[in-house]
Write a protein that binds this ligand. Structure first.
Ligand code: NDP
Length: 288
């Protein structure tokens, strides 16, 4: 058996198409152009590529996008002032602080994320939005796990009643993914680096989500035949090849469905950022 391949570009295109028509409606009916500001501190090359991709995606669907480039040695106060200006700027509906921050600001990351207006927090990392998700009041949701859920829904894969096993418990992927699946009535197990006998747990999964940052870590022996495997990992090997956390070639022979890397859930992350920006407009202007 060979698994159904869940191609990110197909689902991302569907999502973008529907956001594009929402953006057109916002302009035509309400005279509003959604606006997204991305703050980038320093010259991290990978971050620059991500930010350029986000800017391009906004332009493609008619969202106004502003890249705020700040110098590597920016002070805490300068960064907080910039966030405050964007919070108060009526042309900006969504604010994203590109991570990682330079070394001298890293330990205060939580403080900067908390400074963003929760109603403009299109990354879904503000403690208010994290808390809302935890108590089942979904507001602005973290883009990567939200993208995984959207993909499952668009692929018409049942979530309710299924045993979902998530490997990885980070604040940006594993934990929000667990809450999103729980809210959709999955039975959820979260695994991490201290989990004992991981394969015995992953083999129980109807839906297996892997987000650990270890190339080709999940092998076919760890997967139940027919399971849906969502690979969030993005790892660059010494030969520059990009691979996920799942050994795609092996696992596709046992899984029922699987996301590839590259070309899987990564493509939905940006689509969900656009979706969150439109949602932020609607929240701010009380539009249904
Ligand atoms: P983190 O490093 O923040 O967290 C990794 C998690 O994996 C931790 O909870 C850790 O456990 C767990 N872990 C590590 N090793 C093992 C192991 N051997 N067995 C079981 N659990 C393990 O990573 P992120 O969540 O930020 O990212 C994970 C991956 O997803 C990365 O490859 C990243 O590049 C990718 N990513 C992709 C995105 C996309 O758009 N597609 C967006 C964000 C991330 P513990 O808590 O015990 O240390």
């Amino acid at each position: 058996m060979s698994a159904r391949i869940l191609e990110g570009k197909i689902f991302a295109a569907q999502i973008k198409e529907s956001i594009k028509s929402e953006v057109e409606n916002l302009m035509e009916i309400h005279g509003i152009t959604p606006g997204l500001a991305v703050i980038i501190v320093g010259e991290n090359p990978a971050s620059k590529v991500y930010v350029a991709n986000k800017h391009k995606a906004c332009e493609e669907i008619g969202i106004y996008s502003e890249v705020v480039q700040m110098p590597e040695m920016v002070t805490q106060e300068e960064l907080l002032t910039q966030i405050k200006l964007l919070n108060e700027n009526p042309a900006i509906d969504g604010i994203l602080l590109q991570l990682p921050l330079p070394e001298h600001l890293k330990h205060d990351e939580a403080k900067f994320l908390k400074a963003i207006d929760p109603d403009k927090d299109v990354d879904g990392f503000h403690p208010v939005n994290v808390g809302k998700l935890a108590i089942g009041q979904e507001h602005l949701l973290p883009c990567t796990p939200y993208g995984c859920i959207k993909m499952l829904e668009l692929a018409q894969i049942d979530i309710a009643g299924k045993h979902a096993v998530i490997v990885g418990r980070s604040n940006i992927v594993g934990k929000p993914m667990a809450n999103l699946l729980l809210a959709r009535n999955s039975t959820v197990t979260i695994c991490h680096s201290r989990t004992v006998d991981l394969p015995s747990i992953t083999r129980q999964a109807d839906i297996l989500v892997v987000a650990i940052g270890k190339p080709n870590f999940v092998t076919k022996e760890m997967v139940k035949p027919g399971a849906v495997v969502i690979d969030v990992g993005i790892n660059r090997l010494a030969d520059k090849k990009l691979v996920g956390d799942v050994d795609f070639e092996q696992v596709k022979e046992v899984a029922g469905a699987i996301t590839p890397v590259p070309g899987g859930v990564g493509l939905l992350t940006i689509a969900m950022l656009l979706s969150n920006t439109v949602k932020a407009v609607k929240l701010r202007h009380n539009i249904q």
